[in-house]
Design a protein around this ligand. Structure first.
Ligand SMILES: Nc1ncnc2c1ncn2[C@@H]1O[C@H](COP(=O)(O)OP(=O)(O)O)[C@@H](O)[C@H]1O
Ligand SMILES: [Mg+2]
Length: 438
């Protein structure tokens, strides 16, 4: 369908849709569209096409998609002021960090800044710290990209490197997120950019969130913090940031809030993107460094050590695998097998550690990340099986070479790459995760 919009108006299009500018002049988040370049809007996203000179668009729109013409612009003037403020800073690089709640416009503001700065022909890197709604890397990672062309959606950028956290919400992995971001930031700096734009997750409310964000900001040490203040949600956090230069920016009036389901389906687009052309690879465990508590020691031959024998005797059976940590012992047993609960209590008492039993097959669907021997991120995969007998890991992934380390996450995907909601024993965690609004 073709539609013509007059100068001074904005066409708001909700995905899934695609829009091509046929004639006239229009901008999306500070990016002046080229004629005949197709802009794809994902399901759950909205894009504002601000018309500068009467424009005709060719639009194809999905069933659930929607569009609307409104007067004026939807980019708040404070976004432009933020950009101008950024240009006055004289350090190299200038690091700008963006704070805001979920769905406040963080990603869109980052997109706008990047596009504006690109007009100045500056070298720009974007570091994406929002693991639940990641724009750059796969979901459950933090990642960065160097931007050389304007973009309508940061999702179209190629990640240069990523750090796998393995969960969708930072609340359960605060240290990992911070250390991952610091590691990537150091790598970004070696590329000598003029500007580094750091996006963050939307977990900002409550004491834990405030402490976490304050630590993260200390570590990143930005030259300026842009915060999107809707109501007073950021106030406690801002009171911790007295040593930093901060600038308040507005949340657009026309923002589109997303339900938890929409956020999940946006993540699923991320899994699909990063698992394209995947197939099941059988990787010998002996080749791999495995980063996961439950699976530590997977590549040493189990059952030979005195300690292993002691545990087996206490349990009254020989499990497929035992991973002993400081406070816990993970035990993997065959499907349909059983350990006498009294034996477990006895073991826990004798060894002074909690025994956590899992069954073979429970590893199926866990999201994993693959790294090379320099710990460069190669891609994600879905763990299909740990074959304890043949000592191989079967991972569904498009990555096939140079795999030397595997990190195993806590998110589980089904065969259609949909996130499986964790129930029963973990429901407490799901509730706290939803508070942390992944
Ligand atoms: N100025 C704007 N005009 C219209 N829609 C916008 C604008 N800014 C953001 N949106 C839309 O609102 C939704 C939420 O914005 P987003 O930048 O993704 O927020 P966050 O990253 O904080 O979750 C997105 O679909 C986005 O495209
Ligand atoms: Mg975002």
């Amino acid at each position: 369908m073709k539609i013509t919009v007059e100068a001074g108006k904005t066409l708001l299009v909700d995905g899934p849709a695609s829009v091509t500018l046929v004639s006239g002049k229009a901008e999306v988040f500070g990016y002046a569209l080229r004629h005949m370049g197709k802009v794809v809007i994902r399901d759950g996203k909205r894009m504002p096409f601000a018309v500068e000179e009467t424009a005709t668009f060719e639009i194809s729109i999905g069933e659930t998609a929607n569009m609307e013409e409104i007067e004026g612009h939807t980019i708040p003037p404070s976004w432009d002021e933020a950009y101008k403020e950024l240009k006055t800073l004289q350090t190299k690089p200038v690091t700008a960090l963006v704070l805001g709640t979920v769905d406040s416009g963080k990603t869109s503001f980052c997109t706008y800044l990047v596009n504006k700065l690109l007009n100045e022909e500056r070298k720009i890197a974007i570091l994406d710290g929002d693991l639940g709604q990641s724009d750059i890397g796969p979901p459950c990672t933090v990642a960065y990209a160097v931007v050389s062309n304007p973009v309508t959606d940061l999702f179209n950028l190629e990640a240069e490197n990523a750090f796998f956290v393995g969960v969708t919400s930072p609340s359960k992995a605060t240290e990992k997120v911070i250390s991952g971001l610091a590691l990537l930031r150091d790598e970004v700096l070696r590329r000598n950019p003029d500007y580094v734009v750091v996006n963050t997750d939307g977990w900002v409310e409550g004491e834990d969130a405030v402490n976490y964000k304050a630590q993260l900001i200390e570590k990143i040490n930005p030259n300026i913090i842009f915060y999107i203040q809707q109501n007073e949600k950021l106030t406690p956090l801002l009171s911790m940031l007295k040593n930093f230069k901060t600038l308040k920016i507005d949340s657009p009036q026309t923002i589109k809030q997303r339900s938890r389901e929409k956020r999940r389906s946006l993540r699923e687009l991320g899994y699909i993107k990063y698992l394209k052309n995947a197939k099941v690879q059988s990787i010998p465990i002996s080749w791999l460094k495995i980063e996961s508590d439950e699976f530590i020691g997977l590549n040493k031959s189990f059952g030979m050590m005195k300690r292993d024998r002691e545990i087996c005797e206490l349990l009254g059976m020989k499990p497929l695998h035992i991973a002993e940590l400081k406070e816990k012992i993970y035990v993997v047993i065959g499907k349909g097998r059983w350990i006498d609960p009294e034996r477990i209590s006895k073991t826990e008492e004798t060894l002074g550690k909690k025994v956590v039993v899992t069954w073979k097959g429970e590893e199926e669907g866990l999201l994993t990340a693959l790294y090379n021997d320099e710990r460069r991120f190669l891609g994600i995969g879905v763990l299909r099986e740990v074959d304890y007998g043949r000592k191989v890991m079967k991972i569904y992934t498009p990555t096939s070479s140079n795999i030397s380390a595997v990190a195993i996450g806590k998110v589980r995907l089904d065969k259609n790459l949909r996130e499986i909601t964790i129930t029963s024993e973990e429901s407490g965690k799901v509730i706290s995760d939803s508070l942390a609004s992944s």
